[in-house]
Design a binder for this molecule. Structure first.
Ligand code: COA
Length: 256
């Protein structure tokens, strides 16, 4: 149990809120566990017709907690709930909707590739800085992102950590619409409520036909194996130390 993820069910809509705003909703292992649990609950409960993801404070999420990454680089975690969360995203049959304001970093952006509707506020900034911290992308994003926005744009997002703003996100197909911040959550809820009235069986079959869950899961596994290796690399250790020490990492030594 963690207080940093809330899951509230109302009128068939499960609203899942990342609620660690003082840390920009950076995701710890425990938080991934709660996110994974929420998706499992949605799959099991036929009364849940849609899931909305949102984040408290000025950011959607700053992505994986950097202290957790640093800890994993020293000692592998016994149970990495992120793996379960990603797997549940891949195989989810329920409509997933995201309401994104501010920074959506790393998995904060890659999880959007698994959402069926994405609404962004004008403050939204989608950023996938995996290479900046000497890692590799996850969530099958090395497969899904180029397929969605083309190789060149996806590569720039990955290799340079180039941020994508709200209007660009809409124009390149990463989001459905940009809505004023004060209307963001309502917009996501309205969309969820509209979906909740549609025939659930038809929606889930449509989603299954649109996504190849097996290919996505296989890709996640390949990425996960490489990410695990990268986590213990000298380059990644330097990146995590630099974040903790609030300095730029030094990647000048090729032996790293
Ligand atoms: N893990 C752990 N803590 C994080 C975090 C993360 N991913 N992102 C932010 N925080 C913490 C900061 O350490 C800071 O904590 P403090 O107040 O105790 O010092 C607090 O959240 C606020 O962050 P700050 O950097 O001051 O906010 P900002 O608005 O200037 O910048 C970000 C926000 C998200 C752009 C910036 O924090 C950032 O780049 N974070 C790292 C993101 C990242 O690389 N994630 C991994 C992706 S693969």
């Amino acid at each position: 149990m963690t207080e940093f993820v809330k899951a509230e069910l109302e009128a068939g809509i499960l609203t899942v809120t990342m609620a660690r705003p003082d840390k920009k909703n950076a995701l710890t292992n425990e938080m991934y566990g709660a996110l994974a649990d929420a998706l499992e609950r949605a799959e099991k409960d036929s009364a849940i017709r849609a899931v909305v993801f949102q984040g408290d404070g000025d950011s959607f999420t700053a992505g994986n907690d950097m202290a957790d990454f640093a800890a994993q680089s020293r000692e592998p975690q016994a149970e990495r709930h992120v793996v379960r969360f990603l797997r549940n995203l891949a195989i989810s049959t329920k409509p997933l909707i995201a309401a994104v304001q501010g920074n959506a970093v790393g998995i904060g952006t890659t999880m959007l590739l698994h959402c069926d509707l994405v609404y962004v506020a004008p403050t939204a900034r989608l950023i996938t800085p995996f290479v900046n911290i000497a890692l590799v992308p996850e969530a099958a994003s090395t497969h899904l992102l180029p397929a969605r926005i083309g190789h060149a744009r996806a590569y720039a997002m990955f290799a340079f950590g180039e941020p994508v703003d709200a209007s660009t996100a809409v124009s390149i197909g990463l989001a459905n619409a940009s809505v004023p911040l004060e209307e963001l959550r309502m917009k996501a809820r309205e969309a969820a409520a509209a979906l909740a009235k549609r025939p659930a069986g038809s929606l889930s079959k449509t989603k299954a036909l649109m996504r190849d869950a097996e290919t996505i899961s296989a890709h996640m596994q390949r990425e996960g194996a490489v990410l695990q290796e990268r986590l213990t690399s000298a380059e990644a250790r330097e990146a995590f130390a630099a974040f903790a020490e609030r300095r730029q990492p030094d990647f000048s030594n090729p032996a790293r």
